[in-house]
Design a protein around this ligand. Structure first.
Ligand code: TYD
Length: 219
């Protein structure tokens, strides 16, 4: 069986990834595919439990290496349980965040550096790479404001506090942002950078164009 297609979406909190993933999944479904959609950290019961530890404000202070290790622990389980089996079965996997997030947030934001994260990736994920990564980088200020607003709303509606990352300072997000740009420049064949303050429809158009252009033969 040919290997399936592995698509990841990346970006700062508040970049509109969730909306775009839903639209991309619907587009793939209309083309007769049955995409497997998951998010990280998460995707399996164990990975979701690790996610709770990672995002809960009560986990602070969490050492950056603990944070990175837990991200990879959740990822290893998702790869073993969901991603590898789906790809082996020739399916399309759409993943909301993957190792680029760890490189950007823990490598850049928490300043662990790229080398440590890429070493862990080789060791723990067997170097599994997405076929295509859609990196959404709308205006920095707009993303941050959206992320913070969303978090307050979710907390008011559900009582859940998942804002351990959103309370970080602008300087942290600047480093994340810069690391994302560095990754895009380093791996232009894999990473499609979608920047600027585009409408939801415009971003969707760019996403499907990139997916169709690069993966049409496989999809
Ligand atoms: P989530 O609520 O899923 O945010 P979003 O919808 O913006 O993706 O929270 C995931 C948070 O975890 C987000 O702030 C980014 C962070 N993160 C890392 O720091 N490292 C990682 O490897 C991953 C996968 C996520």
């Amino acid at each position: 069986m040919p290997r399936g297609v592995f698509i990841t979406l990346e970006g700062l909190d508040g970049s509109g990834k969730t909306t775009q993933i839903k639209r991309l999944a619907a587009w793939l479904t209309r083309r007769g595919q049955e995409p497997v959609v998951l998010r990280q950290p998460g995707g399996t019961p164990t990975s979701d439990r690790i996610r709770e530890i990672l995002l809960d404000s009560r986990s602070a202070p969490l050492h950056p290496m603990t944070e990175a290790a837990l991200m990879f622990a959740a990822r290893a389980q998702a790869i073993a349980e969901i991603i590898r089996p789906a790809l082996d079965a020739g399916k399309i996997v759409v993943c909301d965040r993957f190792t680029d997030s760890t490189e950007a947030y823990q490598g850049g934001g928490r300043q662990l550096g790229s080398a440590a994260i890429l070493d862990l990736h080789r060791l723990i994920c067997g170097g599994l790479q997405p076929d295509i990564t859609l990196l959404l980088l709308p205006g920095f200020e707009a993303s941050l404001a959206r992320a913070r607003h969303r978090n307050l709303r979710v907390e008011a509606e559900t009582g859940r506090n998942e804002n351990r990352f959103e309370v970080e300072q602008d300087a942290f997000y600047r480093r994340v942002w810069e690391k994302y740009r560095e990754i895009a420049a380093r791996e232009p064949d894999r990473v499609v950078l979608i920047e600027g303050d585009l409408s939801i429809d415009e971003v969707h158009e760019q996403i499907v164009e990139a997916v169709a252009e690069r993966l049409l033969a496989k999809v």
